[in-house]
Design a protein around this ligand. Structure first.
Ligand code: ZN
Ligand code: FE
Length: 257
């Protein structure tokens, strides 16, 4: 049985570890010790490290893990992460034989220029999207443009509705606060807020989310919805704004929210 387990790290990161009874692959290990502890506790052998982008909170644990395990490290084609052994790009497939799992690479520039996500279309569909898509939010634009990020998010929304979305930060409540301001009439969002608050009170992750839920609640994926358009225009102080400007307006607005 394949398990996908979040290892909390730093203030609000999750390091996702995919494993069965024997083998494990880890995504974005920003730190090593908690990963090693988990592997030891469950008696797992690490077989692979997968990286979505170069930021330290996603890569900081690689060296220490490599000191203990001689495993391949997959990551984006052009980003300089010296510890990568395999540079991957759009549509490349990573076969995790021991876990009977294939992950496909999706290029999702925006947060960084060469950010990638990993999609598994096995029986249970899963997406490891790094800092591109968050529950009710999206990553900041550190290197890419709003247009790039918009297209990356569109690409992710084309995945099957039931896909589990494993984001790397617990930003959900903060994102919902913004989303509610943008779209106060969204009842699904209101329901999600209640659920998410309850989970956080018990210190349970609000993740994974799903593509279906994100399409229903995430303002950054809802730039064609009348209430979202209206809010963005009002924020800009205009009666009308170009559809292409809605996303960048929301992103800009959220930066200062
Ligand atoms: Zn990042
Ligand atoms: Fe991050």
């Amino acid at each position: 049985m394949l398990k996908i387990h979040p290892i909390p790290a730093f203030k609000d990161n999750y390091i996702w570890i995919l494993h069965d009874e024997n083998y494990a692959a880890v995504i974005d290990p920003g730190t090593a010790q908690s990963v090693i502890d988990y592997l030891n506790c469950k008696k797992l052998q690490l077989i692979s490290i997968l990286i979505t982008h170069h930021h330290n909170d996603h890569t900081g644990g690689i060296i220490e893990l490599l000191n203990k395990f001689n495993v391949p490290v997959y990551g984006p084609h052009n980003e300089s992460i010296p510890t990568l052994t395999h540079h991957v790009k759009e549509n490349d497939e990573i076969k995790l034989k021991e876990l009977s799992l294939t992950l496909k690479v999706l290029e999702t520039p925006g947060h960084t220029t060469d950010h990638i996500a990993y999609y598994g279309a096995n029986k249970t569909k899963m997406l490891f999207c790094g800092d591109t898509l968050f529950a009710c939010g999206c990553g900041r634009l550190f290197e890419g443009s709003a247009q790039q990020m918009y297209h990356s998010l569109q690409k992710l929304t084309n995945l099957p509705d039931e896909t589990g979305v494993y984001c790397t930060h617990e930003y959900t409540l903060e994102n919902i606060r913004f989303a509610r301001t943008v779209e106060p009439g969204n009842l699904t969002l209101l329901e999600f807020e209640t659920t998410a608050k309850e989970l956080r009170k018990q210190n349970i992750p609000t993740l994974p989310t799903t593509i279906r839920q994100e399409k229903a609640t995430n303002p950054f994926l809802r730039c064609d919805q009348p209430e979202v358009i209206q809010s963005a225009c009002t924020h800009l102080g205009q009666d009308f704004c170009e559809p292409s400007r809605i996303f960048s307006t929301l992103r800009e607005w959220k930066n200062h929210f």
